[in-house]
Design a protein around this ligand. Structure first.
Ligand SMILES: C[S@@+](CC[C@H](N)C(=O)[O-])C[C@H]1O[C@@H](n2cnc3c(N)ncnc32)[C@H](O)[C@@H]1O
Length: 408
């Protein structure tokens, strides 16, 4: 039987490189699939309570999203039935050891296999598929297989490579293919790639691209994944939207939403008005072209035939929650009266306008108080309309960068 080069790669270099012992020191979190984030965007702020919440981590790798989801659902007291699948046995062993290190083994069913078979184990309320679909020989087969495994009211968080942010990657892959045959031993190809990188002049487009770092920070596994992969493509927003639609899915949001809003990049009113008139996918495509700094696209998806809104909305009974304790500490330390929120991301520095009472509102966000309770507790309790206006502006900045969500 022919060797699957993708599987062979991840048997040699499980990705990302992780040591299960580190679970004692820290929990790695991120997007997609942060529990508060997915609850906000896909479940209108509250997960279904009447049955176990069924999750699939598809192409789960060494277990970053798996560990985050298993720990966060356990911490939140959610009855979760979590499934993990990956092609690589060696990779699965690391994920299993990380889950065991946290005492969460009973929460997860592990499989070595292909996500193309996901419907056999479904249906799932939530599917994570991060950094995997762009490695399939035919990515559309993967999109369709996951769509077929999704419960009618379920949602999905995916990450695929972004074309504009990966400048220099594909020409480097092509150059390395000229220098080293695919069948040379992986360690030899890694050593050659390192020598090649050392030889590059400052004008090289990979050298000039600060957005991709895996070859510098991800060890040999990171370098192999970025520059020596056998099966790897990147997407522009329109290409990704076409893939999503063809699988019978639709995009609820890109993460971070503010990065995909053209208004983030221009104050010029005519440009803003024209951008505002575009369809959602075209707005995201425009933002991608303007920003030019997106090495990945993270999107939350549902089935295209899903009628009702899945997003938590600003309402008196909605309870705002920070992303995590670090975010909360950061905003607690914010000086009162700050006119804007500074954000630095992938080489872009932004100042997002804040309402004057931002700090007094943020100080009252405690994870249990509703917006109505926060309003009543504010100095001289403003009426709902005034409060709504302030909170909407505050929320656009903080939710726009995935720091604040709504629950019910
Ligand atoms: C770049 S890693 C990403 C791992 C993990 N999702 C993360 O974000 O850290 C890609 C993973 O997808 C797995 N993979 C690739 N194709 C697959 C398939 N058809 N079915 C299941 N897993 C697959 C690989 O074995 C590898 O572990």
């Amino acid at each position: 039987m022919a060797v699957d080069p993708v599987r062979a790669q991840y048997e040699t270099y499980p990705y990302p490189a992780r040591d299960p012992k580190d679970e004692a020191k820290r929990l790695i979190t991120g997007s997609p699939s942060h529990l508060r984030e997915l609850t906000h965007w896909l479940f209108a702020g509250r997960l279904p309570q009447d049955r176990p919440f069924r999750l699939l981590v598809a192409g789960g790798g060494s277990g970053d999203a798996l560990t985050m989801l298993a720990q966060q659902t356990a911490d939140a007291g959610i009855d979760a039935d979590i499934h993990y699948v990956d092609l690589s046995e060696a990779t699965r062993k690391i994920a299993e050891a990380r889950i065991a290190a946290r005492g969460l083994t009973g929460r997860v069913t592990f499989r070595t296999g292909s996500l193309l078979d996901a419907a056999e184990w479904g249906p799932f309320d939530y599917i994570d598929c991060c950094g995997v679909l762009h490695h399939l020989p035919v990515p559309q087969d993967g999109f369709r297989a996951l769509a077929a495994a999704l419960a009618p009211l379920g949602g999905m968080g995916v990450m695929v490579y972004g074309e504009t942010g990966r400048t220099g990657v594909y020409e480097t892959q092509a150059a390395l293919r000229l220098l080293a045959r695919d069948d040379e031993p992986p360690a030899k190809r890694v050593a050659l790639a390192k020598r090649y990188l050392n030889a590059l002049p400052a004008s090289n487009r990979l050298v000039r691209n600060p957005l991709v770092r895996d070859h510098k920070t991800g060890g040999d596994a990171g370098l192999y994944d970025l520059l020596l992969h056998s099966t790897d493509r990147a997407y522009t927003v329109p290409q990704l939207e076409a893939e999503i639609a063809a699988a019978g899915l639709r995009t609820v949001t890109y993460i971070d939403p503010a990065r995909y809003a053209p208004e983030t990049y221009t104050r010029e009113q005519d440009l803003r008005n024209r951008a505002a008139a575009l369809a959602a996918g075209d707005r995201a495509a425009l933002a991608e072209a303007m920003a030019g700094n997106m090495p990945v696209h993270i999107a939350y998806l549902t089935r295209a035939d899903r009628a009702e809104d899945t997003v938590a909305r600003i309402a008196p009974d909605a309870v705002p929650v920070f992303r995590d304790a670090e975010t909360e500490a950061e905003f607690r330390a914010m000086p009162p009266g700050a006119p804007s929120l500074p954000v630095s991301i992938d080489g872009l520095d932004l100042a997002l306008p804040l309402p004057r009472d931002a700090k007094t509102i943020l100080d009252r966000i405690d994870g249990t108080s509703s917006l109505e309770q926060i309003r009543q507790d504010l100095p001289a309790a403003p009426d709902w309309d005034r409060f709504h206006k302030s909170f909407t502006q505050l929320f656009a900045a903080l939710n726009g960068f995935s720091q604040l969500f709504l629950t019910r």
